[in-house]
Design a protein around this ligand. Sequence first.
Ligand code: FE
Length: 393
Amino acid sequence: MGRFTLPRDIYHGKGCLEELKNLKGKKAMLVVGGGSMKRQGFLDRAVNYLKEAGMEVEVFEGVEPDPSVETVMKGAEAMTKFQPDWIVSMGGGSPIDAAKAMWAFYEYPDTTFEDLCIPFNFPELRTKAKFAAIPSTSGTATEVTAFSVITNYQTGVKYPLADFNITPDVAIVDPDLVSGLPAKQVAYTGMDALTHAIEAYVSTLNCPFTDPLALQAIEMVLDYLPASYNGNMDAREQMHYAQCLAGMAFSNALLGIVHSMAHKTGAAFSTGHIPHGCANAIYLPYVIRYNAKDAVAASRYAEIARRMGLTGTSEKALINSLCEKIQEFNRKLNIPLTLQEFGIQEDEFKEKVGKIAELAVGDACTGSNPRAIDPAAMEKLFTCTYYGTEVDF
Ligand code: FE
């Protein structure tokens, strides 16, 4: 049996933040991050719209990037005191992810992160509150997904939460909120969205419900990402929708080993953090070449290439054009093509790659990748992404 779950309402269009006026309830807890929404005036606007809806409003501010267990518990406690019937989260991925976990602890104070970490095993939510999400970046699509990541800084463990119960009830996808994004973030999050769509399309869990969303997202990223990067606000608006479509696809079809690799290398090297979307953009063409040894995946990649308007006389030629196109995008967006070019030291890479490969194989995203992989092959694949060498295994 398959299941396909999305928010009941997705509002889109410039100024649609105003839809908060039409939420029906008594009390809203508004969860936000470090202050950019406040500085740009969106926080005040959201509070006022919720008040216009006749609700009492409390704001929980200061959710940090990569939100912690402590922040989640603090938020859940504030909710228990205030008793909201709406949780409204606004910002980059982090405040929305944190609010999803706060919601679970608000409804079930006795639950634990260990329980919540078991995939698709959440208790039934919405006994106390419904959930609205308003993204201020264009990439994670957490406003429409069943996922959240919370970090335990004491143990260094990341809790990946996955359950359709935390798919929001309402998503408000207002492009005004992303008009001020720095170009670098536009590039990285845009390539993250492209990776979501491509991985969802070839995932072992792809289905007729997710395919059209993935293909449409891919086409829109192709059409609009470079212009959005160069500051065109109409293109920025379309990218905000494209990433949301990609999110609707991958929330239901899941992802693959590009994400496994990015998850395990983001914080692995002493030379500094590799931003998530940047890591995905580097790995994607290498993973396509690895996965394309699987016949079903190959025909799906070829279909993506055709949809992108690329030409080739064989499947192999089409897949080659697809990989070249992705690297051409990376060049346009000032994203490196290899880990070496990113600045990872060779000695450190060689020392750590074995362990990282093992961890990547064990990542939650490996299970839905179209071709199986073991730690030895993963190590070879990482090595190709370091030097830019050909994937021929
Ligand atoms: Fe991602």
